[in-house]
Write a protein that binds this ligand. Structure first.
Ligand code: 6PG
Length: 243
């Protein structure tokens, strides 16, 4: 695991953008594609805006980049809660990414169908080979969830590298999420975490000795080959002993 800690959020997202640029270059050189999984929530918005800005838009070979989502809220495509809508506004539209390079979750059927169909879409893209993304971006909730792997949900037990629907009782909403085994087979993984309200969750996940993965699901992210990269500001990392 590698920690990247910066005082200023802008410095942090620039360091992550440079990391993304290097992973993209390596991926396209080795197999002609950069299969890039985006995280949702609010943290990555400024990163996406930086990637589509004049500073980066010509530094990455976007025409060989394919976009996926680590999780999605089970709401209509044009709903403000959609992770794909935030990415569309901050990244896809400014870069004029063609729809053929964007793999969104289809939420027109049931949650189970959305999960099944998304997995089928991924399998087709990877030509039925193991689904191994070049980079998966992840966020962290203040309850130590990542993607839509929330505390005390049955999806945490999932041993298959697949896509599952999960019902969040307290929010009365469904989510569609990559399972931990699917995330763990990625070539590269990067968490992006800002702010003091995440500090406890960060400490529990990275240095915690109490509780289990059921309480702190991001502990499940133990990649097979990738090195976990954590991009954090000073506040989010403030409770870490070793930083
Ligand atoms: C989502 C995300 C989720 C997110 C964390 C952090 O769909 O919400 O994928 O895992 O990364 O909840 O969200 P913030 O960046 O908004 O704090």
């Amino acid at each position: 695991m590698k920690l990247h800690i910066r005082n200023q959020a802008d410095e942090l997202i620039r360091e992550l953008a440079n990391y993304i640029q290097s992973v993209a270059q390596e991926a396209i050189a080795s197999h002609g594609q950069f299969n890039f999984v985006l995280s949702g929530g609010s943290s990555p918005r400024r990163l996406y805006e930086l990637l589509s800005s004049a500073d980066y838009k010509d530094k990455i070979d976007w025409k060989n980049t394919y976009f996926f989502f680590g999780d999605e809220r089970f709401v209509p495509e044009n709903d403000e809660e959609r992770n794909s809508l935030m990415a569309k506004k901050a990244l896809f539209d400014p870069l004029k990414i063609p729809d053929s390079h964007i793999f969104k979750v289809d939420t027109t059927g049931s949650p189970e169908e959305a999960a099944k169909n998304y997995f089928a879409t991924l399998s087709k893209h990877f030509k039925q080979n193991p689904i191994q993304f070049d980079l998966i971006l992840l966020g962290l909730g203040d309850d130590a969830h990542t993607a839509s792997l929330f505390p005390s949900t049955s999806v945490l037990e999932e041993k298959e590298a697949t896509i599952r629907s999960v019902y969040l009782k307290d929010k009365d909403v469904y989510r569609i999420t990559m399972t931990a085994p699917l995330i763990n087979q990625a070539k590269h993984l990067a968490f992006l975490v800002f702010g003091k309200d995440k500090a406890e969750a960060v400490a529990h996940v990275l240095e915690g000795t109490v509780g289990s993965e059921h309480h702190f699901p991001a502990r499940l992210i133990r990649p097979q080959t990738a090195e976990n990269q954590w991009f954090m500001d000073a506040e989010a990392s403030s409770l870490l002993k070793n930083r």
